[in-house]
Design a binder for this molecule. Structure first.
Ligand code: NAP
Length: 247
C-alpha cells in the first residue's frame, strides 16, 4: 500500500497539534508545520514520541516561506494526498469585537492569516495535492460556525460579536467554495470547510470562556472527514461530525 502524506499548518498547539496525532493514528505520514519549531515544545515532544520527521518552519503569511516549503516537500515527497489549513488567529480582544469597536490593524491581520494566507498556500500546493492511487487529492480548511452568515442571528450570536473573526471565516468559506468549483483534469482536488466545535485551546478558551470540547474529542473525527470528502461532498461546510452547516 502506498504511503499517504498529509501536510498540516499551525501544529505547535491546540487543534493542529491534536491533528498531528490523529492523522498519524489513521496511518498517514504527517508533515507537521508550525511558525517556529524551536518554540513548540509540545510538538517536539509528540514528534519524538511518534517518531515523526522533524517539523518544518512555515509562517503561512509569508509567501517566500510558502514557496520554500513547497519546494522542499515536492523534492522529498513528490506529492501529498491531503492538505489541512488549520493555522488561524483571532483578534486580541476575541470574542469581544463588536461593530463600533473594530480596529483596522487587528482586522487586517485576522483577514490576512485566516483568508489570504490560506488562499496563497492552497494555490501553491494544488499542483502536488494528489490521491496516491490516482484519486483526487483533498484539502480540509478549519473554519468556524462563527463564519456562518445564516446562523449569525441574535439567538445564536449571544453577546459575543467576534466581528473580525466572523468576517474572516465567512470569507474563508467562500474561498473553499471557489476552490471547490475548479475541477478539471489538472485540478482534481476536493475541498471541505470544517467547524471543529468549540474546543478548549488558547483561542477557544480565551477570556474565561469554558469550551465544552477537548482537542482529543474532535481531532480524530476531523481526520476521519478525509473519508467523507468526495465529489458529492466537495465544497460543503460541515461540523467535525460531518453535520452539514449553512454558509
Ligand atoms: N478552538 C476553537 O473553539 C475553535 C473553534 C472554531 C474554529 N477554530 C479554528 O481552529 C484553528 C486552530 O485554532 P486553535 O483553537 O487550535 O487555536 P490556537 O490554540 O490559538 O492555535 C493556533 C495555531 O495557529 C498557528 N498560527 C497562527 N498564526 C500563524 C501563522 N501566521 N503561520 C502559521 N501558523 C500560525 C499558531 O502558531 P503559534 O504557536 O506560532 O502562534 C497555533 O499553532 C483556527 O483556524 C481557529 O480559527 C477553533
Amino acid at each position: 500500500m502506498s504511503v499517504k502524506h498529509v501536510l498540516i499548518t499551525g501544529c505547535s498547539r491546540g487543534i493542529g497539534l491534536g491533528l498531528v496525532k490523529s492523522f498519524h493514528d489513521k496511518g498517514f505520514k504527517v508533515i507537521a508545520t508550525c511558525r517556529n519549531p524551536g518554540q513548540a515544545p509540545a510538538l517536539q515532544e509528540l514528534i519524538k514520541e511518534l517518531n515523526l520527521e522533524p517539523p518544518i518552519a512555515l509562517d503561512v503569511s509569508n509567501d517566500e516561506g510558502i514557496q520554500s516549503v513547497f519546494t522542499q516537500v515536492k523534492e522529498k515527497y513528490k506529492s501529498i494526498e491531503v492538505l489541512v489549513n488549520n493555522a488561524g488567529i483571532s483578534t486580541s480582544n476575541h470574542p469581544d469585537d463588536p461593530p463600533g469597536q473594530l480596529d483596522r490593524k487587528e482586522m487586517d491581520k485576522v483577514l490576512s492569516v485566516n483568508v489570504s494566507s490560506v488562499g496563497m498556500l492552497t494555490q501553491s500546493f494544488l499542483p502536488i495535492i494528489r490521491g496516491s492511487d490516482g484519486s483526487p487529492g483533498k484539502v480540509i480548511y478549519i473554519s468556524s460556525l462563527l463564519g456562518s452568515i445564516q446562523l449569525n442571528t441574535p439567538k445564536e450570536t449571544n453577546f459575543y460579536m467576534s466581528t473580525s473573526y466572523r468576517c474572516s471565516k465567512a470569507a474563508l468559506n467562500q474561498l473553499v467554495k471557489c476552490f471547490s468549483l475548479v475541477q478539471d483534469q489538472e485540478n482534481m482536488v476536493h475541498h471541505l470547510a470544517v467547524h471543529p466545535g468549540h474546543v478548549q485551546t488558547d483561542m477557544g478558551g480565551s477570556r474565561g470562556r469554558k469550551a465544552p470540547l477537548q482537542v482529543e474529542d474532535v481531532t480524530p473525527k476531523i481526520a476521519s472527514l478525509v473519508d467523507y470528502l468526495n465529489q458529492e461532498t466537495n465544497g460543503q461546510f460541515v461540523d467535525y461530525e460531518s453535520k452539514i452547516l449553512p454558509y
